[in-house]
Design a protein around this ligand. Structure first.
Ligand code: SF4
Length: 349
């Protein structure tokens, strides 16, 4: 039987009262942003506890330069395979939607199968994401090598969340007290992937009850004063992570600098294709430089992704920018903080 909501409200109020000060927590996962809005979790929190959305929506944090490169490939007569969530993400001068040669896929294997069946065509899989998607990216690179798919390559913008957590923890502007850590990423990197964080963190699942429990554990951890990682999603997350997935990632990718929307260039904030797999690296194969990309005029997604601005504090929220007519990436993606807040009419406390 589920614990009644009144229990969580009372427990959270008691924990917040014991702290005796305001605290700022951040959920670091797009699925958490969506779930928090859907379940109305912010309305259950004491006034002194603020839950901010962070940079955990992979489609949102990929910079406009990635979309610019994918568009450039489409215009070079390359078949570019993408998942549907990238279609309406703004680049410097438009979106991928409507580009000739675009192929919307449901799995990376579809793109590889198409390449093998059409050896006369160049096929590029454009992919973004954190470690769970990265492990699928590693699997497809290994498969492409095995099938000797000479006309297949990967244009990727895979992100490493850990250096960004360290930057956010040290950010005197955002002034965070703790993190609700991403359960999906943790299923790959394990508790070990968050060791040594400067702020307390709780790895959380995605049900309302699990998230409320995680917030309670986080308040208790802050009260106890020690940065520590608590695993509140043990049915999925192991201490050392998914060793098979980590080995595959290690085989195909290495950490490197990456451009994050809202965070700028983050050293070690991305995963780059290893030189051994360079023949499958579309950026090298097609000599695609990273140009100086522009954000849409008036868009404040960068501040939203840093937790410096609540979605409804952006002047365009619900006016010039809606899910039907999005201006920024955070309103496009189903896991974007602005889209979630708009859909569930969430108002910042
Ligand atoms: Fe960007 Fe639109 Fe959100 Fe403003 S409301 S931050 S423009 S997505």
């Amino acid at each position: 039987m589920e614990t009644p909501i009144s229990f969580w409200r009372e427990a959270l109020c008691a924990a917040a009262a014991r702290l005796g000060r305001s605290v700022r927590l951040m959920e670091v996962c797009g699925s958490h942003s969506f779930a928090a809005a859907k379940f109305g979790l912010r309305s259950l929190l004491p006034d002194s506890v603020r839950l901010l959305s962070g940079p955990g929506c992979p489609v949102c944090v990929s910079g406009p330069g990635f979309i610019d490169r994918a568009i450039a490939l489409c215009r070079r007569n390359v078949r570019v395979a993408v998942f549907g969530d990238l279609l309406r993400i703004p680049g410097s001068a438009g979106t991928l939607q409507g580009e000739a040669g675009l192929m919307v896929i449901y799995s990376p294997e579809e793109a590889l199968d198409y390449a093998v069946a059409h050896p006369d065509k160049e096929v590029v899989l454009a992919a973004v994401g954190f470690e769970p998607t990265l492990s699928a990216g590693a699997a497809i690179l290994e498969l492409a090598a095995e099938r000797n798919a000479a006309n297949f390559s990967l244009l990727c913008d895979f992100k490493r969340i850990r250096p960004v957590l360290d930057l956010l923890a040290a950010d005197s502007g955002t002034r965070l007290d703790g993190f609700l850590l991403p359960g999906h990423v943790a299923s790959v990197v394990g508790e070990a992937g968050f060791a040594g964080l400067a702020l307390p963190g709780v790895i959380s699942g995605f049900s309302a009850e699990n998230m409320l429990h995680s917030i309670l554990l986080l308040l208790q951890s802050i009260e106890q004063g020690g940065p520590a990682v608590i695993n509140n999603y043990p049915e999925v997350v192991e201490a050392s992570g998914n060793l098979a997935a980590l080995a595959m990632i290690e085989h195909c990718f290495e950490p490197g600098p990456s451009e994050w929307r809202g965070m700028g260039n983050v050293p070690g904030g991305g995963w780059l294709i290893r030189p051994e797999f360079a023949r499958f690296d579309a950026a090298k194969r097609f000599d695609l430089p990273l140009s100086a990309a522009r954000e849409p005029a008036g868009c404040r997604c960068g501040e939203v992704l840093r937790g410096a601005l609540a979605p409804d504090e952006c002047p365009l929220f619900g006016r010039g920018c809606t899910p039907a007519h999005p201006v920024g990436a955070c309103m496009v993606s189903g896991e974007g903080a602005c889209a979630a807040a708009y859909r569930y009419r969430e108002v910042a406390p």
